[in-house]
Design a protein around this ligand. Structure first.
Ligand code: 3NM
Ligand code: MG
Length: 526
């Protein structure tokens, strides 16, 4: 065997002969060889690694398929792995991939020697830890990320955030990692946005490649399919998801940018259309508030119109307040469509700490779509962070808050690669690099229901401006606007209880001037 290569794992094609389409009219060779022609097209399109995976054939046929596959791969100088069958790998001097229930990697290494590449499937951080301790594998296949029809006896589905937990364990190890299970052009953007794991050093551990079966095997145009997958992987976004232009930005500069966003709204230069899929408690207030600021609300919870709507809207707001299975489904469809159409998604995980069901729903949602801004109270942000310092009661958080709130929001923002805004007496906002506080607002906001949801609606409409200043400034602008409006409303002579305050708040949003925000903003960098 030649010395061990250092492959490029960017596009890892696992073959699946049973998924091949019928040969096209232009193909004139023997039907049983169409597999090889199809493979060659995929290699032309940019496949960088191949694995022969044959689950239902005897050794003789496996050997023959693998031998002919190797001839094609050699022509393109692409390494070939044999799934499971160490004997076939040995006979053909190929590399080998084993699952958790196949021969142990250590034995495979003994059999194949030091120059073979060995890959192992992992499904959990614990399995990842074992692979690292053994020190035998060159790469791991992490999955299944999503549900797939391609494999029987599938392990639990990880979602991109479960894959990220495995990458976190992998850390700065030299073992490479590819993701597998339901990887298609529509899932890749989310996978690339969600999987990189923050490292203690400040960087990120990202995937080394995408592994697919059906996205190539079932394609009638394997070259085009492979090219698209490769291009999508190569275009992977930078981390953290950019928000601030410079981390030297001062509070004064951020306030000026927020003031400018409010001016754009108030001058009617832009009228963002915000799609709310929200709870029935706050729906009327948040719709009125959106309108009062100069934006337009659309309150649709229909999964059927969400894909079409997502072409028209400026921002999608998802709120967990009175979530049901049907609404969660609509939110997932709308979220994925918003990602595809490049529309920002704002998520308010209302009451996520209160029940297991809400926790699972939030996790489901964050695994299905990439969110730009999470806006929650201390209990909600704590629950998403996996902390129990602040408890939730119903949808309210109880207790004094975190010892170090700025670090909690910053850590969550860095992990999820988005902007986190935590509302409370003091608001905390972070993009994962820097954190700011806002100390505006009035005690009346705690006396009405849905003031947190109203703050999220404000954040969403500013995010809907899709201004070049980015999601961090949008989150700050939304929170400043609602809190300054609330302060002004509290000074109104007619306010003598929660209900008059609620009405005065909508009026104050309607009458809010950019200079009110400039003169009253209490924004600080922490
Ligand atoms: N291994 P598709 S999932 C071969 O989780 C395989 O280890 C998996 O097929 C794992 O790209 C899988 O068609 C099938 O979804 C992936
Ligand atoms: Mg196996």
């Amino acid at each position: 065997m030649p010395p061990k290569p250092t492959p490029d794992y960017r596009l890892y094609y696992v073959t699946g002969r049973s998924l091949l389409p019928p040969p096209p009219a232009s193909y004139t060779g023997p039907e049983e060889d169409y597999y090889l022609a199809h493979l060659e097209e995929a290699l032309k399109g940019g496949v960088t690694v191949v694995q022969v995976r044959e689950k239902d054939v005897d050794g003789g046929e496996f050997l023959e398929v693998a031998r002919r596959t190797k001839e094609v791969c050699d022509k393109y100088d692409v390494p070939l792995f044999i799934n499971d069958r160490v004997d076939v790998a040995l006979a053909l001097k190929c590399h080998c991939h084993v699952g958790q229930t196949d021969l142990p990697a250590r034995l495979v290494r003994q059999l194949l020697g030091p120059d073979a590449l060995i890959g192992v499937s992992v499904n959990t951080p614990e399995e990842m830890r074992v692979v690292m301790d053994e020190g035998v594998a060159d790469y791991v296949g992490v999955g299944p990320c999503f549900g797939t029809q391609t494999k029987k006896n599938l392990n639990p589905i990880l979602g991109p955030r479960g894959v990220r937990a495995v990458l976190e364990t992998l850390g700065e190890s030299e073992v490479k990692a590819v993701i597998i299970g339901g990887i298609t052009p529509s899932t890749i953007p989310n996978v690339l946005a969600q999987t990189p794991a923050p490292l203690p050093s400040g960087g990120y551990r990202s995937l080394d490649g995408l592994a697919v079966v059906s996205s190539i095997a079932a394609s009638t145009e394997p070259e085009t399919a492979a090219r698209e997958l490769r291009e999508m992987f190569d275009r992977k976004p930078a981390y953290p998801a950019r928000s601030l232009n410079s981390d030297a930005l001062s509070a004064e500069q951020v306030v000026e940018q927020a003031v400018e966003l409010l001016r754009i709204l108030k001058d009617g230069e832009k009228t963002p259309l915000v799609h709310h899929i929200t709870n029935f408690v706050v729906m009327n207030d948040t719709a009125n508030l959106t309108l009062a600021f100069g934006a337009s609300p659309i309150m649709s919870a229909s999964p059927d119109e969400a894909p079409h709507l997502s072409q028209l809207i400026s921002c999608l707001l998802l709120n967990l307040g009175t979530i049901t299975e049907a609404q969660l489904n609509a939110q997932k469809i709308a979220g994925a469509a918003a990602n595809r159409n490049g529309k920002p998604v704002v998520f308010d995980p209302v009451g996520v700490g209160a029940t297991e069901y809400r926790k699972k729903s939030a996790s489901d949602l964050l695994n299905t779509c990439h969110v730009s801004i999470i806006k929650g109270n201390a209990g909600e942000i704590g629950a998403l962070s996996g902390l129990s310092e602040v408890k939730a009661r119903g949808v309210d958080s109880v207790g004094k808050g975190f010892k170090d709130p700025a670090t909690v929001v910053k850590t969550l923002a860095a992990r999820e690669k988005l902007v986190v805004a935590m509302s409370g007496e003091t608001d905390y906002i972070s993009d994962g690099q820097v954190s700011f506080t806002i100390k505006n607002g009035t005690f009346w906001q705690e006396k009405i229901t849905g003031s947190g949801c109203m703050a999220s609606a404000a954040v969403a409409l500013f995010a809907g401006l899709q201004h070049e200043s980015g999601p961090f400034v949008a989150a700050v602008a939304g929170l400043l606007a609602i809190n300054v409006a609330a302060e002004i409303a509290a000074t109104r002579p007619e306010v003598n209880g929660p209900n008059t305050f609620r009405a005065a708040l909508i009026d104050a949003c309607y009458n809010l001037r950019p200079e009110d925000v400039r003169s009253r903003a209490k924004l600080q960098r922490v």
